[in-house]
Design a protein. Structure first.
Length: 393
């Protein structure tokens, strides 16, 4: 799970920030479990293999690239499926004001599916009191949670022992609230109205009062087919997320493009839609990382919303032609100070058969001069590649 530093970074890029009590500050949290929105987002991304926990450090997961390249519909579907099927997400354990002990370990897939079945019955874009939703679940599926967990004992800071004195609303009802607040709202399916409430020992927690199934949520639940068709062609075009300007600047709005250009390109501006600059220095950086000019050109052609401007295309072609002309490589050299003797050796057939190339357009440099010579060549706006074993020295 994210460290405190990661939590602060995540909150910076969220349009809807982490909800906090009026006197609360995100800097005062100690662990991610003290957050609501960021905790839910983190759990969903881990469940969907978009992120992975690398010994306490969040890293990109196996499905990160495909997730970032997808539309928001693709993302929503993936996150919803991951939420339904994940065995590590524990809504019961997230009821902060009370601790629960279950008769047996539980996977809450059936509980989540039940909640979604009730949401399908809700009118779209209308605010509904959560009490009304809980009334119908309690009336028709009262035991939806204990069918999975067995008997539930609870403990709180006031009574200080496990017992069965809790009410349905305190456990099953709060389970539904956690699912709505931390997960379904994080996916973007429901809008939530909540307040900070206190129990009898003044423990502060979020109490959901109202929810609204929005158009996106209704679409993911299969009851709003008009959502996708209503997006229109303009949305489909916008989803390519890459605009190339005639001066070589590139505006990237999708994360998958940002990941690609962050590897080598200069940034002309920061922000949610950073602008990258295709410059000679950027291309040198790309070549140093083994990224070929053709790979960059092909990427631009495949992803640009409005095509690649002619000037930019020509610039890339010129750079590609020049990129392989100067090379620094390792070679075994037979040399002599006598030019006549050198001609004799080259013309001897037994020797000539072993000559790889006649180095008439080369000069020798010292082992420690490779980087310095390369830099001086690039100062002349010329590309210079390092080949073979020298790459690893």
């Amino acid at each position: 799970m994210p460290t405190k530093a990661a939590v602060l970074k995540m909150d910076e890029v969220l349009e809807l920030k982490e909800p906090l009590p009026s006197e609360g500050e995100l800097e005062n949290i100690r662990v991610v479990e003290q957050t609501t929105r960021i905790y839910g987002i983190s759990r969903l991304l881990l469940a969907a293999s978009v992120l992975r926990d690398d010994n306490g450090v969040l890293a990109l997961g196996l499905d990160a690239e495909s997730f970032l390249a997808g539309s928001h519909i693709d993302k929503g579907r993936l996150l919803l499926e991951a939420y339904l099927n994940d065995s590590h997400i524990d809504e019961l354990g997230r009821i902060r004001e009370i601790k629960a002990q279950t008769e047996r370990g539980a996977h809450f897939k059936s509980c989540r599916a039940l909640l979604l079945s009730y949401l399908r019955l809700c009118p779209m874009n209308e605010w509904i009191a959560v009490e009304e939703l809980l009334y119908y679940i309690k009336k028709k599926d009262r035991n939806f949670l204990t069918l999975v967990t067995g008997e539930i004992l609870t403990y709180d800071s006031y009574h200080r022992y496990y017992c069965i004195q809790h009410s349905w609303d305190e456990i099953e009802g709060r389970f539904v609230e956690v699912a709505l607040l931390e997960y379904l709202s994080a996916i973007g399916m429901v809008d939530i109205g909540f307040v900070y409430s206190e129990n009898e020992v003044y423990f502060n927690f979020e109490k959901v009062l109202y929810f609204r199934l929005n158009e996106f949520g209704a679409y993911l639940l299969g009851i709003n087919d008009a959502y996708e068709s209503g997006l229109g062609d303009s949305f489909a075009r916008r989803q390519t997320g890459l605009i190339i300007h005639p001066n070589g600047d590139i505006t990237a709005s999708l994360e998958v493009h940002k990941l690609f250009f962050d590897r080598f390109a200069e940034k002309a501006s920061e922000g949610m839609e950073p602008v990258y600059r295709l410059s000679f220095a950027s291309m040198v950086n790309a070549l140093n990382q083994g990224i070929e000019m053709k790979e960059i050109a092909d990427y631009l052609v495949a992803n640009s919303e409005h095509g690649v401007p002619e000037d930019v295309s020509q610039m890339l072609q010129d750079w590609e032609m020049k990129s392989g002309k100067i090379r620094i490589r390792q070679a075994l050299i037979v040399e002599t100070d006598d030019p006549l003797l050198m001609d004799e050796l080259k013309n001897a057939k037994p020797i000539r058969n072993h000559i790889v190339s006649d180095l008439t357009r080369a000069f020798e440099i010292g082992d420690k001069s490779i980087g310095k010579v390369k830099k001086e060549i690039e100062k002349k706006q010329l590309f210079c590649s390092i080949e073979g074993e020298l790459k690893r020295t």
